[in-house]
Design a binder for this molecule. Structure first.
Ligand SMILES: Cc1cc2nc3c(=O)[nH]c(=O)nc-3n(C[C@H](O)[C@H](O)[C@H](O)COP(=O)(O)OP(=O)(O)OC[C@H]3O[C@@H](n4cnc5c(N)ncnc54)[C@H](O)[C@@H]3O)c2cc1C
Length: 410
């Protein structure tokens, strides 16, 4: 592919059409107005966050969750400003919300530490897991189990699914259908607007029990309590969830012998070494840096974002459009279409700087280019060991005093 400099129109509808033209193979519908990408939309959402109402209602599908995840995932907002907003409004009462935001950092730090090993069992499963493929009828929202089909429809259309629905869906897929969690996690992540290897794959592992003390599962009573019974009214299926926890435990996990992971842990890629930022280097903007406020953009050097098919060619259309919305707020960033190294070669550049990331793909596409990886603005300065990074409770105990500051209650 010959590198091509592209200019995205300021008009949003035209911009979204252009992205579709550049990525004709991108699957799914376009991005809706309600899921507009970029920092301005993120700040609007942040202003609506009420951490106290969040704590009371977050488990309900119609609860006051923030929907900030795509903004945090792509760097349009930083977790520190989200936490500062919540603490300024509600102090100690914001702890539940702040700890959920911290969950993201916990997974990310685990990703930095364990690297590609997060894509395999982190520890032995506590129950028998299966290796079935994801059934085609479910991945097409045609399984007949309406509450699960609806999750798939949301994935395909808006790309946002409530946390509780993600947990139910993953439990259904892993424990009822005995699907290989790794295949299901790859598929699920590829459809999300907030798709993130660490938050996604480690959450699937938490459900499966390969990154937790026990498997997560649920029953119909729990689902109806938090989702209402609208799904059930439309459902003709013999409900697989309609039982007590004891009976489901028996049914789902009757095999008592636990087989240790049949897969060897993935070989860890070597860690990226981190450097200080440099005024003399052009900036390679990637998908975790989509904010005009990003510290590395405060330079007179060239700033370049590359729609590299090796990185983004498999992303759904709505997510590419989300990024285009964000990039439209960053006019000083030149946009290119092509292979990362070929673009820099065309620009006559051999050394660039960029924000460090645990994504091994970024390292792979920039092989041959000298990249000065600059540390991202940290969420916490706490020294975290492997012990802290294997369980969120340990992580939170360690970082909460610093993250909560004066609002820390202990
Ligand atoms: C099977 C499964 C897959 C998931 N895949 C992803 C993923 O690919 N990307 C992703 O960002 N999150 C993922 N999550 C975590 C969580 O579901 C989403 O972050 C959350 O639902 C996003 O909605 P929100 O912004 O309204 O969250 P809120 O509840 O309003 O929380 C505020 C922010 O805190 C962070 N957060 C909250 N809960 C979690 C959590 N359990 N884990 C990590 N971060 C959290 C998110 O950044 C979120 O935006 C997954 C969870 C499960 C169970």
């Amino acid at each position: 592919m010959t590198p091509q400099l592209i200019v995205l129109p300021a008009d949003r509808a035209e911009r979204l059409t252009d992205i579709h033209r550049y990525f004709p193979q991108a699957a799914g519908p376009g991005l809706s107005q309600t899921m507009r990408g970029g920092r301005a939309a993120g700040l609007q959402r942040l202003a609506q966050v009420n951490a106290v109402n969040y704590a009371k209602s977050r488990n309900y599908l119609n609860g006051q969750v923030s929907r900030l995840s795509p903004f945090l995932r792509h760097g349009a907002l930083h977790a520190n400003e989200v936490v500062a907003h919540a603490l300024a409004q509600h102090g100690a009462q914001a702890e539940k919300f702040v700890s959920e935001v911290a969950y993201r950092d916990f997974f990310r730090q685990a990703w930095y530490r364990f690297q590609t090993a997060i894509l395999q069992n982190m520890e032995p499963a506590k129950v028998m897991l299966g290796q079935q493929p994801l059934p085609a009828d479910l991945s097409q929202a045609q399984s007949g189990v309406v509450c699960m089909d609806d999750v798939v429809k949301q994935l395909h259309t808006v790309g946002y699914v409530h946390n509780h629905a993600r947990m139910w869906f993953a439990a259904y897929v892993v424990h009822w259908l005995k699907v290989d969690w790794r295949q299901a996690a790859d598929w699920f992540e590829a459809h999300l607007l907030d798709g993130d290897l660490a938050s996604n794959h480690l959450s699937w592992q938490w459900v499966a029990s390969t990154f937790s003390h026990k498997p997560y599962f649920f029953n119909k009573e729990n689902l109806v309590r938090f989702a209402g019974d609208a799904h059930c009214k439309r459902c003709q299926a013999d409900c697989p969830f309609d039982d007590s926890y004891e009976a489901l435990q028996q049914r789902l996990f009757q095999e008592v012998e636990v087989i240790n992971p049949p897969y060897p842990k993935a070989k860890q890629a070597s860690a990226i070494s981190v450097h200080s930022s440099r005024d003399d280097l052009p900036v390679w903007v990637h998908d975790e840096m989509l904010s005009p406020q990003h510290p590395l953009l405060n330079t007179t050097q060239a700033k370049v974002f590359i729609f590299d098919p090796a990185l983004y060619g498999h992303w759904p259309l709505k997510r590419l459009q989300w990024m285009a919305d964000a990039l439209a707020e960053m006019p000083e960033v030149a946009l290119w279409l092509g292979e990362t190294t070929a673009v820099w070669q065309q620009l006559g550049v051999r050394q660039v700087q960029s924000q460090r990331s645990p994504q091994s793909k970024l390292k792979a596409v920039s092989a041959g280019l000298q990249v000065n990886w600059v540390a991202e603005t940290p969420f916490t300065g706490a020294a975290l060991s492997e012990h802290h990074l294997m369980r969120f409770t340990r992580y939170w105990k360690k970082v909460a005093p610093e993250v909560m500051g004066d609002a820390y209650r202990g």
